[in-house]
Design a protein around this ligand. Structure first.
Ligand SMILES: [Zn+2]
Length: 113
């Protein structure tokens, strides 16, 4: 499942960061999930519960920040809201996605000795 491999990759990243900083424990992580990333947040949570056991993330709280899709005009940079025609009303350039397809590990709360 898509969410399982995402969680596995997240935990690997956290493990690397924890090693790099000599962390004794990880208290929480925060992940930004774009609404167009194809990630089911409920599935991600249950995958995290499963995979975090016996990992560096065991007991660490998973905070998920959902990111709505946002487009901007490639020509003039105007903001184009979701649901509108994905083409700029000012200069007729096609819109490009500025935000909303990301999966980003934004923050790791660690305890360092
Ligand atoms: Zn424009």
């Amino acid at each position: 499942m898509h969410e399982y491999s995402i969680v596995q990759a997240l935990i690997d990243r956290v493990q690397k960061e924890a090693d790099a900083h000599g962390a004794e424990a990880v208290n929480g992580i925060r992940v930004r999930i774009g609404e167009l990333s194809g990630v089911e947040i409920d599935l991600l949570r249950s995958a995290y519960d499963l995979f975090s056991e016996k990992s560096v993330c065991e007991g660490a709280e998973l905070e998920i920040v959902p990111v709505p899709a946002r487009w901007t005009c490639r020509g003039c940079g105007a903001q184009i809201r979701a649901g509108e025609i994905l083409c700029c009303s000012v200069c007729s350039q096609p819109a490009s996605l500025a935000e909303g397809d990301e999966i980003i590990l934004e923050r790791i709360e660690m305890e360092v000795a």
